[in-house]
Design a protein around this ligand. Structure first.
Ligand code: UDP
Length: 443
């Protein structure tokens, strides 16, 4: 029988999506994690780019140059380049001051692509600043803009404590991007519903695709061995991993932990809180915490927690599976989370979660099965849930299994396929009849 394989055809038909411009203006996906502006988005852009490249799509990640010493272009993975664009001073600049550098950023990107002769099928903007850079680029390139906000200012403002409100400029730019982006990707069904209500008849531009998790890196492992490797004590351990940002609910965590210690009789082994995040500089003379961590250490002392909180500073990603495996429970007390990678990474390691019932956490965690959900900003509720997990061995064992099972839904294989469907649809300008659930497993 004649073979149906026609390799000559495969060679001449170009792929629908050959090259993607991934824009992350205000923070490099390869920066040290756990700082004020380096967290889930950095991990996401890096991992999505690598996974797309492994499926044959070339990816250029554009970020703003913040250091004169780094090369303009670096190959960071087969098929992925990191491109440092000159726009504004080549040093760290507060992200709220970057808006006026975006026209330079976009024109430098356009100039580079013209010089190289490189064309892009999709512009994928992350966060409002990069979205705006993407919009400006459309003055030079005929490519659709796929927009991912990561967080929305009006949702952050709803839960913001005094002084931490997002700017009017950001609110206005996000609103404009919602109107003009060719596709908007949301990470959780609540955000999707909110955008559908806002966009009305144009809601078919919205797609739901949550981030993926590296299930090979984040796996269950031996707790005692992990504690030895990390030099962590025996006894009950609660873990926090994240940026030091008011939205993360660290104030609630400290107050809840204070309540947890005072409200129960722990005998000789009270629980400790392992805190991963913030920057600790270590040199010949010892270690120095950055200003944010110093403030948290003072707060811990005021609450009588000086010996109970183990500040570890930000940790390299490769060590995080050990942290998740070492502890009994991971706390995610955020006021808001668009997705919440930390919760799902911990779940992938079979670690139960106690989390606020907000944003993406409401959908990734099943209450009583993979973790416990509590109202945000309520220290006593957080403390009670932590106590339940720490004191009920049966519940903890059941949730360890439930957690891993829940996390498996977020494999990069599934998520990359969903993202490729979004790209292909936007490139072929195929109209969608209704808002799309490109990721089928979220209900
Ligand atoms: N992270 C890390 N080292 C740290 C702190 C955080 O690798 O010291 C990573 C963490 O594993 C997760 C990401 O940063 O992948 C934080 O993402 P999440 O969605 O939880 O929070 P976001 O930063 O987006 O608010």
């Amino acid at each position: 029988m004649e073979s149906l394989e026609r390799p000559h055809l495969r060679r001449v038909i170009p792929p629908i999506v050959d090259r993607v411009a991934m824009i992350s203006v205000h923070t490099s996906p390869f920066a040290q994690l756990g700082g004020r502006d380096t967290g889930g988005m950095n991990v996401y852009v890096r991992d999505l780019s690598r996974n797309l490249a492994d499926r044959g799509v070339k990816v250029d990640i554009f970020t703003r140059r913040t250091d004169r010493q780094v090369p303009a272009i670096a190959d960071v993975h087969e098929g992925v380049r990191l491109i440092n664009i000159e726009a504004g001073p080549p040093e760290p600049v507060d992200k709220d001051a970057l808006f006026c550098s975006l026209p330079d950023f976009a024109s430098e990107m356009a100039y580079l692509s013209q010089r190289e002769g490189t064309t892009y099928d999709v512009i994928h903007g992350h966060y409002w600043l990069s979205g705006w850079a993407g919009k400006l680029l459309q003055n030079y390139w005929d490519a659709p803009l796929v927009m991912m906000f990561h967080t929305l200012a009006h949702l952050k403002n709803e839960v913001a404590s005094n002084g931490a409100r997002e700017t009017m400029l950001r609110l206005q730019v996000e609103s404009r991007l919602m109107d003009i982006a060719d596709t908007i990707i949301t990470a959780n069904p609540d955000e999707q519903a909110e955008l559908i209500a806002r966009l009305g008849p144009n809601a078919n531009r919205i797609s739901l695709v949550p981030p993926g998790i590296d299930l090979n890196l984040f796996q269950p492992g031996d707790s005692a061995a992990a504690r030895r490797a990390l030099d962590l004590p025996t006894g009950p351990l609660v873990l926090f991993v994240g940026r030091i940002d008011p939205v993360k609910g660290i104030d609630t965590l400290f107050e809840g932990f204070h309540h947890l210690l005072r409200s129960q009789n722990w005998g000789g082994q009270p629980p400790r809180l392992v805190f991963v995040g913030g920057l600790i500089r270590i040199d010949g003379t010892g270690s120095t915490m950055d200003a944010d961590l110093q403030r948290l250490a003072r707060r811990a002392e005021e609450l009588g927690l000086a010996d109970s909180v183990l500040f570890r500073g930000s940790q390299p990603r490769q060590l995080l599976p050990l942290y998740y495996n070492a502890v009994d429970v991971c706390a995610v007390p955020s006021r808001y989370e668009s997705f919440g990678l930390v919760a799902v990474e911990a779940m992938a390691c079979g670690t139960p979660i106690v989390a606020s019932s907000v944003g993406g956490l409401r959908f990734s965690i099943e209450d009583g099965v993979s973790g416990l959900l509590v109202p945000h900003s309520e220290p006593t509720a957080l403390s009670d849930a932590l106590y339940r997990v720490l004191s009920d061995h049966g519940l903890r064992s059941r949730m360890q299994v439930g957690a891993r099972q829940a996390a498996v839904r977020y494999s990069w294989q599934t998520i990359t396929s969903a993202m490729l469907r979004v790209y292909e649809r936007v490139v072929t300008r195929e109209p969608a009849a209704e808002p799309l659930q490109d990721y089928a497993s979220v209900s």
